[in-house]
Design a protein around this ligand. Structure first.
Ligand code: 13P
Ligand code: SF4
Length: 327
């Protein structure tokens, strides 16, 4: 009961860990004993990425979640990702180390306002970016991620109107690439829109040999300067195949850990945030709520657990499967 109240009050288990504990080896031991799998998004801290069973972008993690036969999935990412794993694999116990790990995009689309928006365009097909709540997924016809948004939109018959939510910047980019006229919801990722264009230009000017690569959640002013635009997975693949040796990376800085692992001889410069911070980079405060301490407690107590109600689960699964059938 103490632990449940702790989670209710704080969103995660605050209990102090045993003195002198070797966190990494204890987590790995518990994981094996409990038949648990740890999934991590590219934006979580390096120490978690280093011990996760699978590290990936939103699409890869959704695809993996669906296939897993583990009893427990610990999702080191944000709430909508853990919910997606639960929807795709309802028999697994899905755990999220900190329930506060939300997302500004998911928050930008509350269910009631979205229903109202949808009712203004009754004939439109609804495509929602996976960065939304399970309720918004259930109101959608298709889900997409930054990896497959263009393919999903292209799969919809040309004569159909399309609502694209909740990321306006990704929507504008998809609109530009596909030539489709999308009805856009006005949401944004607080991390990607917080990249300082001025500081970024200074970095570009002082590194003329570098290529700027950017995630499509960035503002058009950043995307228009980029030599390559893609999801985190696409950016990671690009730095390995491009002959360029220096990259300015306009996305959350967690991806640099994998870039350095996959291309150790290349140089990566993170895109700077508007405010000066210790890393001179852009970090998602929600993704960074995942820590090894919280991961340990989550595995130990098998809490906090993610639940999705049956009706929402059914509608959201349909929209997710419509995406997975395309890619
Ligand atoms: P991808 O995982 O699709 O690259 O999206 C990045 C993101 O912002 C996840 O929250
Ligand atoms: Fe949401 Fe942006 Fe954080 Fe991704 S990086 S979880 S889109 S706030």
């Amino acid at each position: 009961m103490f632990i449940e109240n702790d989670i209710k009050n704080n969103g995660f288990i605050t209990k102090k860990l045993p003195e002198g504990i070797d966190l990494k080896s204890e987590i790995l031991k518990m994981k094996a004993e409990k038949n648990a799998v740890i999934l991590a998004h590219y934006y979580v801290s390096d120490d978690i990425q280093a011990i996760a069973d699978y590290v990936g972008d939103s699409l890869a993690l959704a695809q993996i979640s669906k296939k897993l036969s583990a009893e427990i999935i610990v999702f080191c990412g944000v709430h909508f990702m853990a919910e997606t794993a639960k929807i795709l694999n309802p028999n697994a116990k899905v755990l999220l180390p900190d329930l506060n790990a939300g997302c500004s995009l998911a928050d930008s689309a509350p269910e009631a306002s979205f229903k109202e928006f949808k009712s203004q365009h009754p004939d439109a097909v609804v495509v929602s970016y996976i960065n939304c709540s399970s309720e918004i997924k259930a109101l959608s016809d298709y889900i997409c991620t930054s990896s497959n948004a263009i393919d999903v939109v292209n799969a919809i018959p040309k004569e159909k109107q399309i609502i694209f939510a909740p990321d306006k910047n990704l929507g504008m980019y998809v609109q530009q690439v596909t030539g489709r006229d999308l009805i856009l919801w006005d949401g944004a990722c607080m991390v990607h829109v917080n990249i300082s264009i001025e500081k970024l230009q200074m970095i570009i000017d002082s590194n003329p040999e570098a290529e700027l690569i950017a995630h499509p959640e960035c503002l058009p002013a950043v995307l228009s300067k980029a030599q390559f635009i893609g999801s985190t997975k696409a950016l990671l693949a690009y730095v390995q195949t491009s002959p360029t040796n220096t990259f300015i990376v306009a996305t959350e800085a967690g991806i640099l850990y994998q870039m350095k692992l996959q291309a150790p001889d290349k140089k990566f410069i993170p895109a700077p945030a508007l405010e000066s911070n210790s890393c001179a980079c852009s970090e998602c405060p929600y993704m960074k709520m995942n820590t090894l301490e919280k991961l340990y407690n989550t595995l130990y107590y098998e809490l906090p657990e993610i639940y999705v109600n049956e009706k929402t689960q059914e509608g959201a699964l349909k929209a997710l499967n419509n995406m997975l059938a395309i890619q």
